[in-house]
Design a protein around this ligand. Structure first.
Ligand code: NAP
Length: 297
């Protein structure tokens, strides 16, 4: 049901044609009978500020932000959540109540970490107190890094092909943890994984290695690496089972893919736009089926 009073949300990016968010949000809205519509909004380079002001003027209650604007959008925000300040990227804008001229605009959040948290919890993957591996140190790794700090991992080793980037992310994690919590953070070049002392890690794979169409690749091929991993999530969602996941399972571990993270970050945004809303598990399962059909069909 979409009436003249419908809540209006959307996704800004360039391009946005590939985004699964309109499908996901509109399916959830239909299932829950929400008076809500979610639209794709391609934004030309150099016009992001105009787009944000225009969305506010048009009454958009919320926006998702995708590539390439997740960092660029931050100066245009009126307020930022701690998730944006720690991750350094924003994927969700929430319209602030209009309390007068000073407060007009949007508050920025990053729901990728919350999405990953819910996806892992759904798989029985507990972070608190665990020895963790963070594979990759790019944009998506920053959300996983924030989550590992937020949820109280005992230790994290950041493994990355480019060692400097692993070092930089490890240093940022120590800063994130500075106001509380004990977490030991180390960085290691990916090629030196044999130096890892443990043998039952919780691993989050955030590199793009193994993503469609290069599905015959994994960040590490040696099965001794995978014997160190008890549980793992690969945040890649195409294909649904990556070579990394196959290796983890072949070595006796548990592995999950990235589609649930994608869905849960969207649900977390929808909940920010609709305080008090709860999306039931059966609706999420139905949306997952529809998205799998779209991805694999
Ligand atoms: P990014 O910023 O470009 O980072 C890419 C990472 O992959 C870097 O750590 C890079 O290492 C590493 N890498 C690339 N090629 C490699 C290779 N041949 N060998 C070893 N490492 C390699 O990308 P991103 O935005 O973080 O995205 C990464 C993946 O996450 C993508 O597949 C994306 O689809 C997925 N993702 C999923 C979700 C979800 O909701 N499920 C959300 C966001 C992203 P170097 O530093 O050495 O270059």
């Amino acid at each position: 049901m979409v009436t003249g009073n419908a809540m209006l949300c959307g996704v800004i990016g360039n391009p946005v044609g590939h985004s699964l968010s309109p499908l996901m949000h509109n399916e959830i809205a239909k299932a829950l009978g929400l008076d809500y519509i979610y639209v794709p909004c391609p934004v030309e380079h150099g016009t992001l500020g105009e787009a944000i002001r225009g969305a506010y003027a048009l009454g958009f209650a919320g926006l998702n932000v995708t590539v390439p604007y997740k960092q660029e959008v931050i100066p245009f925000l009126t307020e930022t959540d701690v998730s944006v300040r720690c991750i350094g990227a924003c994927n969700t804008l929430v319209r602030l109540p209009d309390n007068g001229a000073a407060n007009k605009g949007y508050k920025g959040y990053n729901t990728d970490a919350e999405g990953l948290f819910r996806a892992m919890r759904g798989q029985g993957m507990e972070i608190r107190g665990r020895a963790c591996l963070l594979i990759g140190a790019g944009g998506a790794a920053r959300a996983a890094a924030y989550l590992l700090v937020r949820e109280g991992a005992a230790s994290v080793t950041v493994l990355n092909r480019t060692p400097d980037k692993a070092e930089a992310l490890a240093a940022d994690m120590r800063r994130m943890a500075a106001d509380g919590g004990e977490i030991a953070v180390a960085a290691l070049p990916l090629a030196q994984w044999r130096e890892l002392p443990g043998n039952s890690y919780l691993a989050i794979q955030t590199t793009s290695v193994g993503m469609h169409p290069h599905t015959d690749a994994a960040p590490v091929e040696d099965m001794d690496f995978y014997r160190k991993i008890a549980q793992a999530v690969d945040i890649i969602y195409t294909p649904s089972e990556t070579r990394f996941m196959k290796h983890v399972k072949a070595a006796g571990g548990q592995a999950a893919g990235g589609l649930d993270m994608l869905i849960c970050q969207g649900v977390a945004a929808l909940e920010l736009w609709n305080p008090g809303l709860h999306v039931p598990d059966e609706v999420i399962s139905r949306v997952r089926e529809i998205m799998e059909e779209r991805l694999n069909g």
